[in-house]
Write a protein of this length. Sequence first.
Length: 122
Amino acid sequence: MRKKQAKKQAANKIQLIAEVEMTGQIIIPVGDAVAVVRQNNRLFFECTRCSNDYGDISIGDPKMNAIMREKSISEVNPWNKYGKADQFVVREYYCPKCGIMISANMQKKDEPLMMDMELSKL
Ligand SMILES: [Zn+2]
């Protein structure tokens, strides 16, 4: 039963991706919400839902041009209030055009943004 559900979910995911009209050729999917796309010899990060252009891959991570929301770890789970909630935050990143979440990280408050990836030459 679980295998059937997993297969159905995978099929839905593929269908969802196929419905999106990307502006160029997808080179590398980066999770479900972002892909590296090539168009006219330009490589850039693009939203898989709305085709928002996050910028050239030289920015390193599409989070650099996403909208960030920072919230307390207690908002994520009330049990976190018993931990070191004053020292940690959750940073969520969203597409500025359609609002889909592209990433989330839990970090110490004073840490710089956590880069999930860094692409070099393709
Ligand atoms: Zn988008």
